[in-house]
Ligand binder design. Structure first.
Ligand SMILES: Nc1ncnc2c1ncn2[C@@H]1O[C@H](COP(=O)(O)OP(=O)(O)OP(=O)(O)O)[C@@H](O)[C@H]1O
Ligand SMILES: [Mg+2]
Length: 239
């Protein structure tokens, strides 16, 4: 469904994404992990057309390299952000309506907007300004706004960050429902290995923009190089 071929992104001297290639199959939940600054969010910014890059990205066999973000959205790719991005003065319903108009201009559908709001569990907050939502509410809203664009591929950037165990469970159930019940292919960037091993079919580990390991999550997470990166990161965080 989505293929990156030899994709490289440099910010001046810094090589944020280094000759990266991978393929996400239709229907999959595909995981991406790696230490802070590895280039994970940059990969999303390249796929969604935020920056120019070297290499090629295809979606359903079509070259999408160089297309602007709104065209890529209209082709069926949606994403959420690591730090919730919403329009704070707009209501929940208005935020999701913006997503619906962005992804599918000319086919604004208020019933569909309500349906995705209900699907993520924000019915009770429909008319509330989004500034009143807590972190979990804002995350659900971002997912609803992304779903409102009618994507076939949804890319989530660290959806579990800052969540407690109950919220993580809720978000995991929501992600599985998006994939199984709505038939949407998912890429998830996540630090919690437990989440990745439970949810994903394939897992890609990157460090300084380069692939370190790829494959079945159980195999990848027991790879000595991957363990080394994560142990190094944990000891750095505890210092
Ligand atoms: N617009 C930009 N201009 C310059 N450098 C950038 C830009 N965006 C990202 N970078 C740099 O590229 C590298 C990769 O950043 P990126 O945000 O993709 O990492 P990440 O893997 O998502 O990290 P984290 O886990 O902290 O979210 C970092 O060194 C970052 O500082
Ligand atoms: Mg990031």
């Amino acid at each position: 469904m989505l293929t990156l071929s030899n994709v490289t992104k440099k910010f001046g001297e810094l090589v944020a994404v280094n000759n990266l290639s991978f393929t996400v199959e239709d229907g999959q939940i595909f995981g991406i992990a790696g230490p802070n600054g590895a280039g994970k969010s940059t990969v999303y910014n390249l796929i969604t057309g935020f920056y120019p890059y070297e290499g090629k990205i295809t979606f359903d066999g079509r070259d999408i390299s160089g297309l602007p973000p709104h065209r890529i959205s209209q082709l069926g790719i949606a994403r959420t952000f690591q730090v919730p991005h919403t329009f704070p003065s707009l209501s929940v319903a208005e935020n999701v309506a913006v997503g619906n108009r962005f992804g599918d201009p000319g086919r604004y559908d208020p019933d569909y907007v309500r349906e995705v709001i209900s699907f993520v569990g924000l019915d009770a907050q429909l008319g509330h300004p989004t500034a009143q939502l807590n972190l979990l509410g804002k995350k659900k809203l971002m997912i609803a706004a992304a779903l409102a664009t009618r994507p076939r591929l949804l890319m989530l950037d660290e959806p579990m960050a800052g969540s407690n165990a109950t919220e993580i469970r809720q978000l995991m159930d929501l992600i599985v429902a998006i994939n199984r019940d709505r038939g949407i292919t998912i890429i998830i960037i996540e630090h919690f290995m437990r989440v990745l091993t439970e949810l994903t079919e394939k897992l890609l580990i990157i460090e300084t923009g380069t692939e370190i390991a790829f494959g079945d999550p159980e195999v990848v997470t027991s790879d000595p190089r991957v363990c080394e990166i994560y142990l190094g990161e944990q000891s750095a965080e505890s210092n």
